[in-house]
Design a protein around this ligand. Structure first.
Ligand code: ATP
Ligand code: MG
Length: 291
């Protein structure tokens, strides 16, 4: 079985034949490797969420096709063929906590495994494991999810998705509405899931800092088209191109460019993460000290 995601000439048009007809994806061809941490970026309305919704068949291509872990979806695919795929691709929408409904946190997380045929005990065991994975403290498990803070409610919702044991985690702006500390913790949590649980991560974000910090693959959409498909390093090495497409640099890279400019240094190795930047600065200082 091919464990990757491949879109071939994927087109999607909303509300065909109505005055609201809108071509949201145009000939999108991408390849997302198993085990990658892929960021999808682009302006509002560029088609990011539309693309994501093809990853578990919520939307089906108007033309072209997409294969996910060996399942191929085109405009003839029936929903009943997608049951297994939907277990493999865990979907975290914006504000997933809106879907919580059970009496207790534990029951909420255990809902999916129970629904998929696990016994009460087994489902509860899985729920406890997943609660741990998302760093929910033991004492909240018997509480109502509605007594928790926004960040904790979101963790409950994410644990509920992990309880289906997906192989791919799809995140559509998962930190929207959280404060900076909550955002940081949530991003660190996804990174842990990626590293320790071998989850393939597909993240839609407007935060270039997060792309620089976590992703190993980045896809840029503009008006429904893929205009870049590379690594963060490559993408952020071309500030001119980014400017032309009204995209920001990560803070670290932006600072590095300004510093290198002032010092009239070449920009061949541009740092993305704060540690890399620190090393570059130390190199510059060291070079000067040795002179
Ligand atoms: N139901 C719909 N009917 C018609 N057009 C739609 C519909 N849903 C989305 N669109 C249009 O399709 C385009 C892509 O929308 P999409 O939600 O995928 O963008 P996005 O990149 O996720 O944007 P954002 O960053 O704001 O979330 C937009 O121009 C949007 O207005
Ligand atoms: Mg969106």
């Amino acid at each position: 079985m091919v464990m990757s995601i491949q879109a071939k000439k994927l087109n999607y048009t909303y509300q065909i034949g109505t005055p609201l007809e809108h071509v949201a994806l145009k000939d999108v061809s991408i390849n997302i490797k198993d085990g990658s941490y892929t960021a999808i970026v682009g302006h509002t309305g560029s088609g990011k969420s539309t693309l994501l919704q093809h990853l578990n068949g919520l939307l089906k291509p108007t033309s072209g096709e997409i294969s996910i872990n060996g399942y191929t979806i085109d405009n003839t695919t029936k929903n009943k063929e997608l049951g297994k795929l939907r277990k493999e691709v865990g979907f975290v929408f914006q504000f997933p906590e809106a879907q919580l409904f059970e009496e207790t946190v534990l029951k909420d997380i255990a809902f999916a495994p129970k629904n998929f045929g696990k016994s009460e005990d087994e489902a509860e065991k899985i729920a406890r494991e997943k609660a741990k994975l998302v760093a929910l403290p033991e004492e909240v498990l018997e509480k109502s999810p509605f007594e928790l803070s926004g960040g904790q409610m979101r963790r409950v919702a994410i644990a509920g998705i992990l309880a289906m044991e997906p192989k791919v985690l799809v995140l559509d702006e998962p930190t929207a509405g959280l404060d900076p500390e909550g955002r940081h913790q949530m991003m660190e949590m996804f990174n842990r899931l990626h590293k320790d649980e071998n989850l393939t991560i597909i993240l839609v974000t407007h935060q270039m800092n997060d792309v620089a910090e976590y992703a190993d693959h980045v896809i840029v959409l503009e008006s429904g088209k893929v205009i870049a498909d590379s690594t963060p390093k490559e993408l952020f090495s071309d500030p001119e191109w980014l400017k032309n497409h009204h995209l920001n640099l990560p803070q670290t890279t932006d600072f590095a460019y300004k510093l290198f400019d002032k010092l009239a240094l070449s920009k061949h190795s541009i740092p993305l993460q704060s540690e890399e930047l620190t090393d570059e600065i130390l190199k510059i200082l060291g070079g000067n000290l040795n002179e």
